[in-house]
Design a protein around this ligand. Structure first.
Ligand code: SF4
Length: 253
């Protein structure tokens, strides 16, 4: 690090405090402080971006303390009775999410389907079995990752969730992200991607590269249900999985 000594004495007191200014011109101490300051600033920026969760002040059907939940169980207990959009009336089960609460990888799909609604767990039907195989192909188990959806209740006939339903439900997912603190998000399908990034994309334009979601690396691939309908997309999905594996390896190494 290069420091302009002329300006150094002027700003160091503000930056580092009295202790360094007056007594200890200690290079290691100063560099540590600089790194710490930079880390705190980065974390704060990331948190400011990530944690702009829409606190639903008028919500009647959830424990309003959901916003302050410290862990996933607490959050689930606060919101599992949610009826804040019409899907609350038609669901059989609320589908919160499943997996390792400390996972480095968070997988986000669109919405629960019939099997998920029946069992209260995401990705348990045929698409879920394919997702498990996709994970196994890159030496990951379902229990290594955390799996959630953009919305927690099944839309009737598996229709695409409306923007209103997504807007109502997405704060819960944001809170899950805040608690889990994943290092990588794998977004499955365009509904998940456009909900997270707030922009409409074509899959061909967006997949295959490493994106940023509020400081978290994000990779896009096809939803397993789409791969079941269109097996020719599996080759591209395999490329995305290899990118996930490479990115994850870089992070843990
Ligand atoms: S989809 Fe989300 S917002 Fe709508 S009722 Fe279910 S949990 Fe509540």
């Amino acid at each position: 690090m290069i420091v302009d000594l002329k300006n150094w004495l002027i700003f160091q007191k503000d930056v580092f405090g009295e202790e360094i200014y007056t007594n200890n011109f200690n290079k290691d101490l100063i560099l540590n402080k600089l790194e710490e300051k930079s880390r705190i600033q980065n974390n704060t920026k990331q948190q400011e971006k990530l944690f702009k969760i829409d606190f639903k002040k008028n919500a009647k059907s959830v424990n309003l303390q959901w916003y302050n939940s410290k862990n996933l169980d607490e959050l689930n207990n606060c919101i599992k009775t949610c009826m804040e959009c019409g899907l609350g009336k038609t669901r059989k089960n609320f589908v919160f999410g499943v997996g390792n609460p400390n996972a480095d990888i968070l997988i986000i799909g669109e919405a629960p389907g019939a099997d998920e609604d029946e069992q209260g767990e995401p990705f348990v039907g045929r698409a879920g079995q394919l997702l498990n195989k996709m994970l196994e192909s890159i030496d990951l188990k379902r229990s290594d990752v955390y799996i959630a959806n953009i919305i927690k209740c099944r839309p009737p006939n598996n229709r695409r969730p409306t923007n209103e339903e997504i807007n109502e439900c997405e704060p819960y997912l944001q809170k899950q992200i805040e608690i889990i603190k994943p290092k990588i998000i794998l977004a499955l399908g365009l509904t998940a991607v456009s909900s997270l990034l707030k922009i409409e994309f074509k899959m061909s334009d967006i997949r295959g590269s490493l994106l940023d979601y509020h400081g978290i690396k994000m990779i896009i691939t096809y939803h397993p249900a789409a791969l079941l309908r269109n097996p020719t997309w599996k080759r591209a999905a395999w490329e995305d999985l290899k990118l996930l594996k490479e990115t994850y390896s870089n992070i843990i190494n």
